[in-house]
Design a protein around this ligand. Sequence first.
Ligand SMILES: [Zn+2]
Length: 622
Amino acid sequence: MSYKFCLNSFAAGIKPNPRITFTEWANKEFSLPKESTAEYGRYRSSRTPFVEEILDELSPTSPTEIVVLIKPTQLAGTTIALIFLCGIAALYPGPAWFMQPTDTMVRSFSKKKLTPTIKLISALKDKIKEPRSRQSGNTILQKDFPGGSWGLSGANAGTAYRQESIKYLSLDDFDGFEIDIEGEGSPQKLADRRTGTFQGRKIFLNSTTTRKESSNIERAYAPSSQGRYHVPCPHCGYYQYLTWGGRDKKHGIKFERDKNDLVVDAWYQCKCCQKRISESEKPWMLENGAYVHKYPERKIRGFKYNALVTPLGWINSWAYIATDYLEAVTDLRVGKPEKYIVWLNSFMSEPWETHQAVRKEDVILALRDDRPQGIVPGGDRVAALLMVIDTQDVGFWYEIRAWGYGMIEDTWQVRFGFVDTFAALTLLLLHTEYPDTDGNIHKIKKAIIDTQGHRASDVFKFCSEIGPLIIPLRGQDRQSAHIRWVKQEFYPRTNIAIPGGAMRMDTDVNYFKDKLSGKLNVAPDDPGAWRMCADCSKEWASQMISEAIDVKTQRWVPRYEGIANHAWDISGYGLALADAMFIRNWSKEPVKQEAPRRSRPAGSGWVKGSGAGVSGGGWIRR
Ligand SMILES: [Zn+2]
């Protein structure tokens, strides 16, 4: 602080700090101008309660020095910045610096938001003079008040960092900052240096996130307490961070469309009780919300909320967000991610991750051989046919695979698809024969079916009807054994006993997906390849590349929310079933081992006369 500042402060007769928080102050004294926000006039923090803890941490009444906020666009971010600046001037004056990515942006902020706000606050009106009066000490980028000042600058001006020492620093829209400013290092480091000498310094970094790999705010949030605003379910009281969820998730935003594809209704499905939460419950949910910090012991306080907590009556309703989502994914499906990235960043507060080593569909399609759908490879190579079924609310995705003998674990897709009834599954399981290229008939040796979801009880009933041929399955994120057998006594979420009980197979999903990922690297002609039938669709192939490893958690996650991943899930389960059955330890029956030429009785099967059965003993290579 300069000598001149000190004199001014004494002259103005600065009162001792009143020790109230910015939240308390804002609720008494703060108003928002028409220009600044969707909801102007007298400020009430109860409208957006997720700002309260942030403002409290920014207040000198808290020992916190660094506050990091990841926020959606147009939801309280500017308001927090304005309250921070005005609160400093009104209550705890000192030198403050406010930065935005560019000079143009910060000039516009000063003229259109800061100046009109000052005029509305009686405590500041007289302290901060109009820029035009000659001795006001005020310009667009510099405003003095008794005991302190605001400096404003764009981060694109290198000089911005070489001002005198400051106590309060606010870096607004932090992801827009160039990270290497004239070779001086990161803005955060520079900022640290700038505030280094001040007791009770406050640094506020806030932004909408952008791309994971290059996001400044993600980098700043990572070492923070990582708080996210949770709200209770009005039905069961379960506290949760509202997320999009997606079509395949039980929780999240669900919506209905009319004939013209317009979203006519949107609601939230609770993660715990899965009951429908109407958007009209939002005021109660927000009022009872609270930040849950993943690392509460950390000194840097991190905060995050998304547009799903937008107050009722503002433009970003759940239906509005759903409409925007539908437009964004339409583009995404044809390989144009730009709109989706904006949607993800500005509504969901989530960064876009470009996974470098993403496998391409072509790699999967290259694993096709020349067998049509439904045909098993011949040459006496097949030890068993296994079927995997993924249960959905509307039907079942399935795949039937042939598995070879020995440790190589050769495998061939035989049939895949989607059916909508248990009767259709029964037909595929019990009453369909699968011929091989030599004309031999194979039947399904074992099947597994996913028991998660709404239809769990029906699935268990189906399993008891079919008998030991089919095993109920549950995928687990991680478990100590890759496969675990669990006795299930009752139908899920009921107290109705399963006659005789059922043995459920629990599998470590991530372990088998790791294994699958490795197997997909095996070239189609090499031993152990994950082969596809000739009719394997592009849709199936695209589902096979739907997930990627999250570098941090080492778990497989969808590449983007809402992506269909049934084929990928099914394939992982398939490996688990082959593992559970120890197929790699099976050996061919002695009779077959004594027939080295693998000759088959001629004249049977679908390939008769096709040529395949004649040359090389009916052995289709690949
Ligand atoms: Zn609930």
